[in-house]
Each structure stands twice: as structure tokens, then as C-alpha cells.
Design a protein around this ligand. Sequence first.
Ligand SMILES: *Cc1c(COP(=O)(O)O)cnc(C)c1O
Length: 415
Amino acid sequence: MTTIADELTARAAELDAADPLAPYRDAFIGAESPLVYFDGNSLGRPLRRSAETLGRFVHEEWGGRLIRGWDESWMELPFRIGDAIGRSVIGAAPGQTVIGDSTTVLLYKLIRAAFDAQRAADPARVEIVIDTDNFPTDRYLVEGIAAERGGRVRWIDVDRSAGVSAAQLRDATGPATAVVVISQIAYRSGYLADAEALTRIAHDAGALILWDLCHSAGSVAVQADAWGFDLAVGCTYKYLNGGPGAPAFAYVAEHLQSRLAQPIQGWMGTADVFAMGPGYTPAPGIRRVLSGTPPIIGMLPVRDMVDLIAEVGIPAIREKSVALTEFAIALADDLLAPLGVTVASPRDAAERGGHVTLQHPSMRDVTARLWTQDVIPDYRDPAGLRIGLSPLSTSFAETLAGMRAVRDAVSTITS
Ligand SMILES: *Cc1c(COP(=O)(O)O)cnc(C)c1O
């Protein structure tokens, strides 16, 4: 007799056997262990090849070339890797994407530059539009920039299990809007915004839009050029597996570059870095986004992952991502709904990114318990367990094992 448990095990095995991307799992350190990793959307697993990349860099480039490394290749690396992200991850032609500072610092620089440019062109444009459930750093920065520049924040109040809709953005934008800041994928719910449609709405209102791609770069389609993005910033330590604190990337559409005056005027953003002249003259192109010395070591693992993404292609990655989240939701319905757990993410795959949030009053305790059992999701208020399913490093069997562990933890804690 086969039980329901056997059937689920067989189903996960079938899905893994039919998955064309299954072999890529071995490219990641730790994937061979029984540990269940549901947090690749917060910190991706390291690629095996990155251990070699970093070792080789320390011995050969840093250790061997020393200061000559800057002239030989490091100075160009932020632009090289930026262009590779543009090509393989976010649909941007060369010369518009660069690796810079942390996400927070790049967001600050670009939002403020965009605000200033807009208000200089039209003094009535004093509002920054952002949703109440955007990532905390985005919200705090916008509040700070509005206070610092004498602007106003226009909040869009969103449903925490969804994200910003077209109708909401239309209502919130108009002749007073300078800049709109939205995350393509909401960090809490996993809601996937229609970036092309929302960009058009912002433009119809005469606003610029900045897309936060932290949870989308490397997991879903992004067409920065084709969708008419103005500005974007994204993390590299989530689905781009750059490692803890890896520097972020910024995209600035070519036609905007000369209009933006960045607020942190450092020597690396000048037209002629080694002229070391008396005053600041911004570089004409994307270089003007930089401020200080680029964090070279932190961007090397990013290059490895972007190379892998280029090999696999975002369409195949997205297909696997959808299959993983569909499977997780089906398991939540089978195993967890009877315990009172609800799905707080969109059920329509077209509106969902690479993670699924499950709600139950016990989830804070459930998360702590699971971590001691080597099952690693994360917790987000209110009562949300985030199941992040990094497409290239997560298997269906791992997803099943993790969801069973969630079921056992919820039932133990609530009994
Ligand atoms: C992860 C994340 C950040 C993180 O910013 P840091 O400066 O790297 O800490 C910002 N925004 C969003 C939407 C994120 O998901």
C-alpha cells in the first residue's frame, strides 16, 4: 500500500528527475548535505568555483600583481561586471550598469540625484512616492531624503500579502511627483509587480521611477531597457550569490546619466580619476555613480554567478522558480492548511517571485526551532515564515523535506 507520504516523496523525485537544471545544484557548496536551505533570497549559497576564484585572486592578483592590479584590470571591473549583469540579468545595454556601494548607499545616491534633477526642472515636483510595505531601508532613505531636501513622501498603503497595483500608482502620482520607488518583488509577500506597466504610469505622470531589484535580479525576467526603466538598484548577495555584504549594482538609463548629480562626490566618479585636479568634474557616463575605491574582492563571486546565469538563461531559471513555488504552495495546502497555516503570497504564479510566505501565529517559534534542526527559512512580521527557493541550488526533494519539517514544528509547538 502506498501512503500519501510515499506519494509526495515519489512526486518530488519525479520533479527532480525531470528538472533540466537539477545538475547545477552540485555547483554550490553545501548542497550535498541534508540541510534544507530556504533563505537563498536573503543570502545565496556560495558557488564552489567562487572558493577557487577568491583563493586565486589573493595569491596571484593581489599577492602577485599588487598595486599594478588596478591598472591591469581592477579599475574596469565594476563596469565589466556591471555590463555582464546588464546583459544576462536585467536586460540593459552596456554602459548603464555598474557595481558600486551597498544597496542602501546606491539607493540614497540615485533617489536623491533623481529628486534633485526633477525638482530643478520643475519646482512643483516635490514628492517621492513609495509604498508602506517597501523594504525598511528604502522607506527610511526616502523619509530622510524628503526631510533633507524639503520634499514630501507620498505613501501608497499596500496589502501586505500583495504589492503596488497599477490603480494605486495612478492615484498616487501626478504633477507633484518627482520620483517613484518600488520593489519589483515585495520582500515580504513575494508579490511580483508589473514593472513595465508601472514604469509607464510613472512616466505618464512625468515622474522618474527607481526599481529596487534586490529580490528579483537573478530570479525573474527584468528588461530594464525594453521596459523603459530610469533607475534601478539591486543586491548581489541574494540571487546573485556574491556573499555577505557583496556590493550592489546600479542601473542608470543612458539618456539620464548627464542629468544626474550624485550627492557623494568622490574621486572615483570624476571624469579623469588620476588627474587629481582641484575641483570635482563628474564623469560623463555611468562612472559618475561611483564615489570611492571599488570593493573588488566582494564583486568576484558575483561575476561567477552571473557567468552561470548567462549559461543557463533567466527564462529557464524563472521556469524552475515557478515550479518550486507551485510545489511549495501545493505542499502548504496539503500539509499545513489543516494546522491553520495560510499562504500570504500571490497564488497566481504570474504575480509571484521566488519566495512564498506562510502565516501562522507560531511562526516566530517555528523558525527558531527549525534553525536548530538545520532547516533554514526566515521569519518576517507579522507571523510570516518565508520560504525562499533559490532556483539553481534548491531541489524539489529539499523543498519537500523542509515543508515536512515546518509541519512537524507547527504541530509540536501548537500541541
Ligand atoms: C535585501 C534588500 C535590501 C538590502 O540593502 P543593504 O544595503 O544591502 O542592506 C534593500 N532593499 C531590498 C528590497 C532588499 O530586499
